[in-house]
Every structure is written in structure tokens, then in C-alpha cells.
Design a protein around this ligand. Structure first.
Ligand code: BGC
Length: 766
């Protein structure tokens, strides 16, 4: 429905203003409550409504948006913030209109989708989550905040914490996978990274958790589609990461596009007021997602005035792009459909955020051109991004230790993603400079060194269908479609394959095959590339599949036929170097999947923390059993389970122990396990702890992640890993939606991924 077009920069002159005065110096002002109340008392109703309006800047236009006359509106006090405007110079110029020309001189917020890095781009969020390393994830957000703030931005629309169990949904790439516990830890790390608990600094920015709520569970995996979910499932499985972000102090929340209980989130008072504010105590402001307000007309909720009033009454403070608030709220006040107090309250929350950011003291706080020159895409940020990217890669298969590769001999690098710098950063990387991303070809040439001969051929296009490729390479993320026939491309590829010692096949999705509005019904690698891969395997040369993807894919054929598979997601601006670091063994892969990889699209939605049914399958081999819960044409288990990922070394788990087989409500139990590096490389392992609550007043999942630790072990080294379980980890929402732990037996599993059955047990007693 919505098409985003990145168009060339608007040019400051369009606003018709040039800078005359020098930026103001920081001044002392009254405490927030007093300051904002005083300001509000001076504002007209139109100016208050103006604060609730968030148009786009003009740098990025959107098909359905109607945000013209931005400069005039700013001058008239009709704009609270702008988003997706890039560069200090431009931001300064626009801020100047607000603080030097508009009547009350209220500074603007400048937002942007800084999702996984700024110009220094980190792996897509699904990839970042695969590091299972909260310090690294927080650090990536901190660097993103530093670069964005150095370029004038003070507000990011991140983190996206939507749990998803459906890889058909393209935005699975933008979240942290399927698990509420891990998702909550990551939500906290991201908020802390951006805000650093101190918005008064000039290198931290306001964070916005999104998309509240349940956006990751659309029917049929189709973006923006209906969500229909029981409350108990919302509270137990989908709400925790949003709540964790609120508790970490996130300053703003973005509403989701979908409906919940038959009411779009944007107009859903239960969600925005009862849950978010009353139950969770959220004190910041809520912004719509894009045209969320006018979209309620399509949902069948009434005309623009009705849906705008519905949104304000529900608890929305800021209208992104829709201009429903701007054009109808005054009338609604006059007609008694909304109150002045509600508008005051909404304006107050937005002014509070501006106050917290220090914009009233210095509206040009983030407009330091020197910072823009020295703090963005720096060598040290890129080095960190390279290391983080390497740790996000997941080794899915490595027969006969084909990897790591030797830094000698001849490598045939083949595939449409091999020399594709435009596609390395991945989806939603608005500020990235695609030209500066490192392709896999460049990375292999650099890391392979002078003794490695690298031959390259494209081998195939992304897909046989040129029209499909066009949809999959939008926003400048071209794969430079080759006009030769498939046969010609293959002949060239086979020629270099036959001259090589090893083939590295760079295949999978293009960056825009996932992300917003990129849902798929087929989860395989596109056919042209599957055919290429099978032809390469026929040469008899060893083949390493370097997989690019923004979602879990169905890789049954590849898993059966290819000796080594390294999943690299879209690893960011340094992707090529990071992948090469792993391929040649400079880095040992340590990423673990945070979303289940199915065997078939028919298994979707698929996730590890499922319930048992009354007719579970009675055998582990996956043999079909009539009148049991299974398929006649596919096994139940996934291809790669949640938490799965190999290393060049091996880890052995032993000596799993629990400190007591009984636990009171006010006690903890300690679970210990010895992990030994039994292989030939030093490496990192994510030790995972799952619980099963065996009997409950409501049915409980077969396993739930409740702890994890990423440890580094040298060759032969052994470490005892200790987890503490308190009653908090045993709590869940019951059918009355009370958060409680029930007495009874629990199993505790500790292992290398979610399929482990290495367990101990204890009893929780009242
Ligand atoms: C997306 C949001 C994003 C917003 C602003 C919407 O289409 O759903 O995630 O923050 O656009 O660009």
C-alpha cells in the first residue's frame, strides 16, 4: 500500500532561509514541570496541536503522505518534529525556523529510522540478536546514537521488539526473533545503548520502542494484516519485550499498524492507556506508525475526524505524517469529541521529551559540524562493526571441517550476492552509504591475502524472473541484473569452478526480500540460485554456501547436499570483511539462531516454546503416527532449532547439577554445568538454560528460555557455568492474567540449543 522512495536531497534553499545568527549558548532553565506548564499556558490551541504533528522532511517522500509546506508549517508553530532528514547543516537550518522564526520558538525533534547503526551499519537486528551478547548489542546502539547525534538526529525509531514466529513476515529481519525472554534482554540493551540513561548528553538520543503491539503476528505472515490473539498469549509471549523497554526507560513508543481485539492499535484505548500507562507506568509519549491514523479509515473506523479523535482518546500523542490531528482536532474540541485537557496532556509529554533532551537550553545541541566530520563512519566504529558482524554469523553445517578455509590455493567465488556491496547493509539502513560497504569479494580478497587466488563469477541472477528482482532490489539496492542467458552465466561460473580448490557460493535473499512489505509465501532460496548451487555441487569440488538472508529460510535441500553452510544475514557495512574473517578462521563463528528454521513453509508458525497438545507424537525419530499431532508429509521438528549454531571447535557439557531439589518462594536454586572446549580452536559458546513447568493451572510450554551466558574458552579449557533460578523466572500469566508462580515440579534443561534434553529437576513448594 505504501511505497517509500528515497529521492535526492531536497536542498536547504527550498526552505528559503539562510543562517544569520550563530547557535545559542546553553542556558539555565526552570525545572521541567514548571517550565513546560508555563510554556503551555502561552500556547494557543493551534500551537498545542502543532506539537502533535510529525511530518517527513521531504528527503524521503511516501506515497500516501501529505506533508507539504513543511517550512511554512514550522514557522506557524504547526510542527512538533521532523523525521528522516539527514545532515547537520540541513537540520540546523530547519531548527532555526522553529527557534528563531516561529512565535514561541519551540525546538523540533529530529527523528530517523536508525535501526541497526547509522553510517557505520551493524547486522540487521535478527543478525545482531544471534550474537546473544548484550554488551555488543548495547554497544552497537551506542555507536549508532553517537553517529546519529553527530549528524543532528535526536530521536530514533528503534528498537523494534516485535516477537515473530512467522518467517513469511518480512519484518522478522528487523526484530530479535521468537523468544520473549531473549527479546526482553535485547530490548533493554538497545534502549540503554541509545539513551545511556542520560539524555542530557549530546551523544545519546531518545529511543522509541515499536511497534506496539503484536505487529509480528499478522495472519498468514502478510504485512499489516489482522492480528487475532488471546490475551494470555499476548501477556506471556508477545508483550514482555515492550514492557522491558518501558522499564528500561524508553522515552517513546510507536503504535503498530495492526488491529488488536478488533480495534487498530492506534485507536485502542485498552492497549495504549490501560496496559501501557496504567499497568506498565509508561510516562513518555506515543507516536503513530506513519499514516496509522488515516489508515483507520480503511480499517472501517470512520472518517478522518472520527479516527483522529479515536487515536487521541486512546492515548496517542503524536501523529506521524497522517495530519489527522493537525486538520481535525480543533473541530473535535469545539464539538466536544476531545477535550483541551487531553491536548494539553499530549503536548506536555512531547515538550517533556524536548526538555529532557536539553533542546530548550540549546536547540542546536546536536548540530556540531565538527562532530559530523569526525564521529561518523570512523575507523574505530567500523572495526567494532566488523567484529560484531563476525559474531552474528551462524555456522549451520561444517562437514569434515571444510571451514575454515586455508589462506592459499584458488577460491571460486560465485553467486549474485558475492559482489553486491549495495546489499550488504540489509533492509532499513536509511543512513548507510551503500557505496562504502564491503562486498564479500572485497573481503575475501583482503583477508585471503596474497597467496589466495580469488576467481569470481556471478553464476546467476537473483531469480529467473526480472520483475521479481526489481521488487527485491528497491531503494538503490541493485544486484546489477545480468542480461546474459542463464546458460551463459552458468558456463562462466563452471569454468572458474573447475579451476578452483574450493567453491564459495554467495547465495540467498537480496536485502529487500525481507523488511517492510516484503512478506513471502515461499521460504526457499530463489530457484535460479538453487539450480546454480546444484550445478556447482556436480563439479565435485567442495562447496561452502555463504547464505544471505533476512529471515529463517527452508534449507532442506541445501542441508542435504552442501558440506558447509554459513548463515551471514545482512551483516552491515563491514559484512564482506567480517564474513571473510570467519571463512578464513580469523574469527570462530559463535552466533546462534534466535528464530527457528523450518523444514517446510507449511510448519509455520513454528517456534521452540510450543505447548504439548493432548496427543503429542510418541517417537523421537519423527515417524508418522495416526491420530497424533503430526503431518503426513513432514516431520514436526524444524531443520535448525532455536538456539542452534556450530563452531569450528566443539563443546562438551557435563556434570549438570542443581543445588537443591526443593525451592521455597523466597529461595533461589543454583544450576551448574561444566562446559569444556574439546576441539582445536578457541571459541565462544552460548550456554542456554530452559525450564519446563510440568503442571499448571493453564497449559505451559515444553521449554522456556530463562537464562543464557556467552562464554569464551581456550582449547582444552573447562568452565563451570552457574545460573540462579528465582521465583521470578517461574512466573507466568494465568487465565486471570495474574503474574504468578505455581507450586509443583520443574525441569531445568541446560545445553547448546533448545533441543537439548540434558536436564535436572526441582520442586517449588509453598
Ligand atoms: C515503519 C516504521 C518506521 C516508520 C518511519 C513505517 O512504515 O513501519 O517502522 O519507523 O515507517 O519511517
Amino acid at each position: 500500500m505504501k511505497i517509500k522512495l528515497i529521492i535526492l536531497l531536497f536542498g536547504l534553499s527550498l526552505f528559503g532561509y539562510s543562517q544569520k545568527k550563530s547557535p545559542k549558548k546553553q542556558v539555565k532553565i526552570k525545572p521541567r514541570t514548571e517550565f513546560v506548564a508555563e510554556l503551555l499556558s502561552k500556547m494557543t490551541l493551534e500551537e498545542k496541536i502543532g506539537q502533535l504533528n510529525l511530518p517527513t522532511s521531504g528527503d524521503i517522500t511516501t506515497g500516501a503522505a501529505s506533508s507539504s509546506n513543511v517550512a511554512k508549517n514550522i514557522e506557524d508553530g504547526k510542527v512538533g518534529g521532523l523525521f528522516n532528514i539527514k545532515s547537520v547543516q540541513k537540520i540546523k537550518e530547519v531548527q532555526k525556523i522553529a527557534v528563531e522564526i516561529s512565535r514561541l520558538k519551540i525546538p523540533l525533534l529530529f527523528g530517523m529510522d536508525v535501526i541497526h547503526g547509522y553510517e557505520t551499519t551493524f547486522p540487521i537486528p535478527l543478525g545482531l540478536s544471534a550474537t546473544w551478547d548484550m554488551k555488543l548489542i548495547e554497544r552497537s546502539a551506542q555507536i549508532a546514537a553517537q553517529e546519529a547525534s553527530a549528524d543532528g538526529i535526536n530521536w530514533t525509531f528503534s528498537p523494534m521488539v516485535d516477537i515473530s514466529r512467522d518467517p513469511r513476515w518480512g519484518r522478522v529481519s528487523e526484530g530479535s526473533g521468537e523468544d520473549p525472554f531473549l527479546g526482553s534482554e535485547i530490548a533493554k540493551a538497545m534502549v540503554n545503548g541509545y539513551q545511556q540513561n542520560d539524555l542530557s548528553k549530546n551523544n545519546t538520543i531518545l529511543s522509541c520502542v515499536k511497534h506496539f503491539a503484536l505487529y509480528g503476528a499478522p495472519e498468514a505472515g502478510r504485512d499489516y494484516n489482522t492480528v487475532d490473539m488471546s490475551r494470555i498469549k499476548m501477556y506471556n509471549d508477545y508483550f514482555p519485550p515492550y514492557k522491558a523497554a518501558i522499564h528500561a526507560g524508553v522515552g517513546s513508543v510507536m503504535a503498530s499498524f495492526n488491529e488488536i481485539d478488533g480495534i487498530p492499535a492506534t485507536g485502542n484505548k485498552w492497549l495504549m492507556t490501560d496496559v501501557l500507562r496504567k499497568q506498565w507506568g509508561f510516562k513518555g509519549f506515543v507516536v503513530t506508525d506513519f499514516t496509522g491514523i488515516p489508515e483507520m479509515i480503511e480499517h472501517g473506523m470512520g472518517d478522518l475526524q472520527t479516527v483522529s479523535a479515536l487515536a487521541l482518546n486512546a492515548g496517542i500523542e503524536m501523529d506521524m505524517v497522517g495530519e489527522g490531528f493537525l486538520t481535525t482536532l480543533k473541530k473535535s474540541v469545539e464539538e466536544g469529541k476531545v477535550t483541551i485537557e487531553q491536548i494539553d496532556n499530549a503536548a506536555r509529554l512531547i515538550l517533556n521529551a524536548k526538555y529532557d533532551l536539553g533542546l530548550f537550553q540549546d536547540p542546536y545541541k546536536y548540530c556540531d559540524e565538527n562532530r559530523a566530520k569526525t564521529e561518523i563512519f570512523t575507523k574505530s566504529h567500523r572495526d567494532e562493526a566488523r567484529s560484531i558482524a563476525a559474531q552474528s554469523l551462524v555456522l549451520l553445517k561444517n562437514s569434515n571441517q571444510l571451514l575454515p578455509l586455508k589462506k592459499s590455493g584458488t577460491i571460486a567465488l560465485i553467486g549474485p550476492l558475492a559482489d553486491a556491496k549495495e546489499n550488504m547493509a540489509g533492509t532499513w539502513s536509511v543512513a548507510t552509504n551503500m557505496e562504502k560497504s564491503i562486498s564479500l569479494l572485497a573481503g575475501i580478497q583482503e583477508v585471503g591475502g596474497k597467496d589466495t587466488k580469488v576467481l569470481y563469477a556471478k553464476g546467476s541472477n537473483l531469480d529467473y524472473d526480472a520483475a521479481f528482482e526489481e521488487k527485491a532490489t528497491m531503494f538503490g539496492k541493485t544486484l546489477h541484473r545480468d542480461n546474459r542467458t542463464s546458460e551463459e552465466l552458468l558456463v562462466e561460473a563452471l569454468k572458474i569452478a573447475n579451476q578452483s580448490d574450493v567453491i564459495v557460493a554467495a547465495l540467498g535473499e537480496s536485502a529487500e526480500m525481507s523488511g517492510e512489505s516484503s512478506s513471502r509465501t515461499n521460504l526457499e532460496i530463489p530457484q535460479a540460485q538453487k539450480d546454480l548451487l546444484q550445478a556447482l555441487l556436480k563439479t565435485g569440488k567442495p562447496v561452502v554456501l555463504v547464505l544471505f538472508t533476512g529471515r529463517p529460510l527452508v534449507l532442506v535441500q541445501e542441508n542435504e547436499t552442501v558440506p558447509a553452510i554459513l548463515n551471514t544475514w545482512f551483516a552491515g557495512s563491514e559484512a564482506g570483511s567480517a564474513i571473510a574473517d570467519v571463512l578464513f578462521g580469523n574469527e570462530n563463528p559463535s552466533g546462534k539462531l534466535t528464530a527457528t528454521f523450518p523444514r517446510s513453509v507449511g510448519q509455520v508458525p513454528i517456534y521452540y516454546n510450543q505447548k504439548n497438545t493432548g496427543r503429542p507424537l510418541g517417537n523421537k525419530e519423527g515417524k508418522f503416527e495416526k491420530f497424533r499431532s503430526n503431518y503426513i508429509d513432514e516431520r514436526n521438528e524444524p531443520l535448525y532449532p532455536f538456539g542452534f549454531g556450530l563452531s569450528y571447535t566443539t563443546f562438551e557439557y557435563s556434570n549438570l547439577k542443581i543445588s537443591s531439589d526443593k525451592m521455597n518462594y523466597n529461595e533461589n536454586v543454583k544450576v551448574t554445568v561444566d562446559v569444556t572446549n574439546t576441539g582445536n580452536y578457541e571459541g565462544k559458546e552460548v550456554v542456554q538454560l530452559y525450564i519446563r513447568d510440568l503442571v499448571g493451572s493453564v497449559t505451559r510450554p515444553l521449554k522456556e528460555l530463562k537464562g543464557f551466558q556467552k562464554i569464551a574458552l581456550k582449547k582444552g579449557e573447562k568452565q563451570t557455568v552457574t545460573f540462579e533460578i528465582s521465583v521470578e523466572e517461574l512466573k507466568f500469566y494465568n487465565s486471570e492474567l495474574q503474574f504468578i508462580a505455581e507450586p509443583g515440579s520443574f525441569d531445568v534443561f541446560v545445553g547448546t540449543n533448545s533441543s537439548t534434553d540434558n536436564k535436572v529437576s526441582f520442586e517449588l513448594i509453598k
